[in-house]
Design a binder for this molecule. Sequence first.
Ligand SMILES: *Cc1c(COP(=O)(O)O)cnc(C)c1O
Length: 364
Amino acid sequence: MNKVNFLDLKRQFDSIKIEINNKIQEVLDNSRFILGKDVEEFEDNFAKFCDKKFCIGISSGTEALKLAIKALELKEGEIIIPANTFVATALAISENNLKPVLVDVDKETYNIDINKIEKEITEKTVAIMPVHLYGQTCDMDPIIEIANKYNLKIIEDCCQAHGAEYKGKTVPITDIGCFSFYPGKNLGAYGDAGAIVTNNEKLFKKIKSLRNYGSEKKYHHDIKGFNNRMDNLQAAILNIKLKKLNEWNKNRINNAELYNGLLKETVNIPKIDKNSNSVYHLYVIRTKKREELQKYLNEKEIFTGIHYPIPIHLLKAYSDLGYKEGDFPITEKYSKEILSLPMFAELTEKEIKYVCKNIKEFFN
Ligand SMILES: *Cc1c(COP(=O)(O)O)cnc(C)c1O
């Protein structure tokens, strides 16, 4: 075996190359670039995939989160997020001039700890933004209960959870869910793209207008909007890839099960809550020897990632939040122990066995 990439987008492209190339040619021949029929088709298809009434194609996952906050008219205050997430979750909040308030993660699932949310709620809290991290859904029922009790909005960050299920329902399970189609996500475009899905027609109309300069009818602007449209070429590509997503997610789950069986005695393997069907955007193990293991694997040309090495509250950009080291002990401890192994739909059984063999050799 030569090397095992953390992610190999080329392998996937090769499997759909002809269809993609033909489609790109068709879009160029018709010169349909902005809000064309491909975007409309994708919106219909992705709404169906998520079992929702509406979808709005957006320019990226970050922008989707940003527009969700705008659409809910959250103009000031605090939004609760997990301490372990990608920085974009927090950025969407600060860009709207609201304050992200962090909550430590659960020891088992690495998702927001539902038992620590309530003590962070103040008069200023306006929303909770749960993140379905690594493809595993958060424990949504208690989050919904808390939100109802304190009259808070919920925005689900589904950027790593395309097709993930909570109690048999595809996320988002509340009013508004935001997705990213960054190339490395379970459903990835060939550039930046994102989407918002909802069952709420009022929100749907508002977001549709917000993403397109605040207009429903050309040159009529009732609100001040933005340019946050999904690119038509990306939509055309995503329409082709969406047809494969269930199969690709299934492959990821099979890969995870293979890893689990081979590694359960050696490292901490992911623990998936009984209410969640994870789509394994990432396969994250945990070990105190993380640095040495990563270096060892690197030398064998087995490439891994860390999601995420620096928690939000210790990032320089967020020093203004006033947090300090020690504020979120689980997140901080795990940030030094987690390691994301190669994970993508086209990863082979042979590659997984090779990765696991090397991990076992390292520990022996
Ligand atoms: C990828 C990601 C985002 C941002 O999506 P972009 O399309 O890259 O802007 C937000 N939140 C989480 C959890 C993500 O993984």
